[in-house]
Design a protein around this ligand. Structure first.
Ligand code: MN
Length: 134
């Protein structure tokens, strides 16, 4: 990350604390600033307040699930452009389709190795972040 300017912020929206800790630890080790939310409603609030560079969005969560939270983010002008990576529980095509319909930009099938999550974050940010000003 050293040559890429300001550190990117990743918001992890996930109700499973173990997963949050694992992904946070790995992403921070690789230079990212990490924010956490433990349900969809808290995730929407944090995204609006903090404008992360990317969101990792679990699907099955209490209060507001990841599909509904993504729809809200994608329909809000302040948050619509933030890429959302769905964390889907099954490799089922139906889940991927639902995630895509909700506005998710990509998805990872859980259980996902931390390095797989990191690779997807890097890939998505390379696609969507504007290059640093010269
Ligand atoms: Mn969950």
């Amino acid at each position: 990350m050293t040559s890429e300017g300001p550190r990117a912020t990743v918001l992890i929206v996930e109700d499973n604390e173990d997963n949050r800790i694992i992904y946070r630890t790995f992403l921070e080790h690789h230079g990212y600033v990490v924010l956490e939310a433990c349900d969809g409603e808290a995730g929407v609030r944090s995204a609006r307040e903090n404008r992360p560079d990317i969101v990792l969005m679990d699907i099955a969560m209490p209060v507001l699930n990841g599909l509904e939270a993504t729809k809200i983010l994608k329909s809000g002008p302040a948050t619509a452009s933030i890429p959302v990576v769905a964390l889907t529980a099954h490799a089922m095509v139906a889940d991927r389709n639902l995630a895509a319909e909700a506005g998710c930009d990509s998805y990872i099938t859980k259980p996902a190795e931390p390095r797989q999550v990191l690779a997807e974050v890097q890939r998505m940010l390379a696609q969507t972040r504007s290059p640093p000003a010269v």
